[in-house]
Design a protein around this ligand. Structure first.
Ligand code: ZN
Length: 100
């Protein structure tokens, strides 16, 4: 592993749903739910390690995940807009509604 510069890294770690809490971030205690200790209540653990990331790493990873999802949503939205029929100005069954 190459390590140069500050220890803070912007590396994306593959996440998976926390097996201990099944992504809920809480585990059922005897009487009530408690924050999941395995994943710092995030619902995610590192895919390879099965371990909770540090809170700082979690924030970074979840932000990267968020950015990725936002990009994905934007891409799908554009795709949807491109494929949706544009000649849908008429009402159902081709009737033309004049509104008076
Ligand atoms: Zn958990």
């Amino acid at each position: 592993m190459k390590r140069s510069g500050p220890s803070f890294r912007q590396q994306q770690v593959e996440l998976k749903t926390c097996p201990a809490c099944h992504g809920r971030g809480v585990v059922s205690g005897l009487f009530h739910e408690m924050p999941c200790p395995d994943c710092e209540s995030s619902g995610y653990v590192a895919k390879d390690a099965d371990l909770a990331l540090s809170v700082q790493d979690l924030i970074l990873q979840l932000r990267l995940e968020c950015n990725e999802k936002a990009t994905e949503i934007e891409r799908l939205r554009r795709q949807l807009l491109n494929t949706s029929p544009t000649e849908n100005k008429h009402g159902p069954m081709g009737t033309y509604y004049r509104g008076d």
